[in-house]
Design a protein around this ligand. Sequence first.
Ligand SMILES: [Zn+2]
Ligand SMILES: [Zn+2]
Length: 370
Amino acid sequence: MAQSGSHGGLVVTKADQKALREFFGTLGIDQAFTDRSDKEVFNIHYQDYTSNGTTPNDRITPIGRYASKHSLQPGDILILDRIDAEERKDYFIEYARRLSSVFFAGKSRTTVDILNFEQLIEVLTKNITDGTVRRLSANEFEMAVHYLGIVGTLRILQNTDDYELYFNDMAISENKKYFELDASVVPFVLRKTETWRVSIDMDVEDIEANEEADANLIAGLADSDIPKSLPEYTPVPEEKAPEKESKGRMVPARNKQKAENALSRAGFKCEVGDHKTFLRKKNKLPYTEPHHLIPLQYDSQFEYSLDVEANIISLCSNCHNMIHYGADIEHTLRQLWNQRKDELEAAGLTQMKSGVKLTVEILLSFYGIE
Ligand SMILES: [Zn+2]
Ligand SMILES: [Zn+2]
C-alpha cells in the first residue's frame, strides 16, 4: 500500500488521533473495512506522518475512494464501527449523515457528547411533529426506545454543552462508551456500540499544490505555439505520466501538448457556450483556458490518466473562474458531463478504481455539490 503523502488521503484532526490510535491498535496498520450496503471491502491504512516530519497530520488512506463513493464532504463525520466476528476482524464505516442514527460518546459516568449534533436536532424535530418524541421542556426530550431487550422510556436532558441520558429514569451514560440511537424504526433502538468518530478535513495542501500546477499550465500556454489545426484524437485509456512536484507535493503531471490539443479541438471556443473572448497576444487565437473536468486532485481514484484530451475542456476565462469559484455551477457541470461522458468512457475514466462507475453525481461531489 502506498505510503507516500502525495495523494494525501484524509487528514485526521488532532482530536480524532487518539481515538484512531486506539482503534487501529498500532500506527501504520492496515485494516479491512466492509461497506455495510454492498459488502465491498476497503483496505484502510492509518499512517502517522508526524513521525517523518513531512506533514503535521496523521492520515487515513485510501478512505478517499470510499468518501467519493458515498459523496462524503469535508466536515462530515464517519463512524468506524468495529464488529469482531470469530477470527475475522471486520469494521463497518457508517456515514452518519446517511443514517437516521444519532451517536453519543460517554464523556463521564453521567454525561455524554453528541457526536452528530445536527443529526440529533433533525431526528428530534422530525419526530416531535408525529408524536414519537415528546418535548418535556426547552432542554428535555422523551421517547420510547428498545434497549437491552426491553422497551422503555429514554429521556435526553441537555445541560450547557453536554447531555444526560436516562432509560426508565436510570442514568445510562458510561465513560468512553459509544451509543447509537437508531431512529429508523419505531420504537427507536438504543444500543451500545464500538465506534469512533473521524472527521474529514479538506486536504488543503493537496488542493493548493494542484491549483498551482494548473496555474503553471495556463501560464505556460501564453508563450507557446498552439497548433491551429484540429488534431486527430481518438479517446483511449492512457497510462499515467510520472507525477511532478508542486509546492512540495507530488501532483499529477499536466502535459502542455495535450492541453493545446484540447483547446484546438474545441476550435478555441468556450465549451460552456460560444462566449465572446479576446485574442492571445502570441498567436492571435481566441483565448481560452484548459480545465480538467474530472479534477486532477482525484487522480488516485482512477486507473488511467485524467490528463487526456477527453477530460480537458476549453473554457473562456469567465467560465473557468466560475467553475472553480462560482456558486450554482451544477447546471454547467451537468452540461459538460453530457458533452463529454462518451469520450470519458472511451478513455477509461468512467470506471473508478473502487469498481464504482463514475456518475454525474460523483462528479458533482468532486466539486463539492451534493
Ligand atoms: Zn480549471
Ligand atoms: Zn464561457
